[in-house]
Ligand binder design. Structure first.
Ligand code: ATP
Length: 219
């Protein structure tokens, strides 16, 4: 289990990552070159340091290689983002997760050895659009190019029917992973479990099949 994290760059994304990790109980060192940002974070994470992450010596002096995961959340200054990622590889940090601003930036980051590249703006755009065009889809996670997990609010066509009756697997080629109703969550739904209108279904499948499942739900 990863236990301690360093977050470099405290813009909106980095700040949110650092704060969430800290609130979840992890040890978080935050790094920013801007003294005002550093000041703002003094009581929000375990500790915060004012360092320019393109300065290899300074990063080494922080003992950055002792962290399980380092998140590079410098977006706008692509050169700094790439240099920082490269330096972290050289220092031997095990897991480097980097925020990319565009596809090309993302490709370069993977080429130089980033373990994971995230595209928060792009992903959020896709999520918002999915929600706009499919009002019953509450949330959406892209797993691979054509596969996703969706959270969908069950409509009238599912009301009072069991998974078996709907025949989710053979009819739609999807899998209902969980059913949330009121305050309960059933994480291992059985064929006989009955869906009520308004339940939230967590469904995994090919995007094409998920679309068919959703249109049936809207009927
Ligand atoms: P967001 O959209 O998440 O707000 P952004 O993509 O606009 O962020 P930037 O504003 O470019 O990202 O950078 C985020 C933070 O990273 C800023 O607080 C900035 O001071 C810091 N930062 C930029 N370059 C460096 C660097 N070389 N070393 C340390 N911190 C840096």
């Amino acid at each position: 289990m990863d236990k301690n994290f360093a977050v470099i760059g405290l813009g909106r994304f980095g700040a949110s990552v650092a704060k969430t990790l800290y609130e979840m109980g992890y040890e978080v060192m935050a790094v920013d070159k801007d003294p005002h940002r550093v000041q703002e974070f003094s009581e929000i994470v375990t500790y915060v340091v004012e360092v320019d992450s393109t300065d290899e010596k300074a990063l080494r002096a922080l003992g950055i290689n002792n962290f399980d995961v380092v998140v590079v959340a410098i977006g706008e200054d692509i050169q700094s983002s790439i240099m920082t990622t490269l330096i972290l590889q050289e220092i031997g940090v095990k897991k480097v997760v980097v925020k990319a601003t565009n596809d090309l930036h993302g490709k370069v980051l993977y080429k130089i050895g980033a373990e994971k590249v995230v595209f928060p703006e792009r992903d959020m755009g896709v999520r918002v659009v999915n929600h706009l065009i499919s009002p019953t889809i509450l949330d959406y996670i892209e797993l691979a190019d054509d596969y996703s997990i969706i959270e969908i609010s069950a409509g009238g066509s599912f009301d009072g029917k069991s998974l078996e009756k709907i025949d989710v697997r053979s009819e739609f080629g999807c899998n209902v992973m969980a059913i949330k109703s009121d305050k309960q969550i059933n994480i291992a739904p059985m064929a006989q479990d009955v869906i009520q209108k308004g339940d939230v279904l967590v469904v995994i499948g090919h995007n094409e099949n998920l679309r068919r499942f959703e249109s049936y739900n809207l009927k």
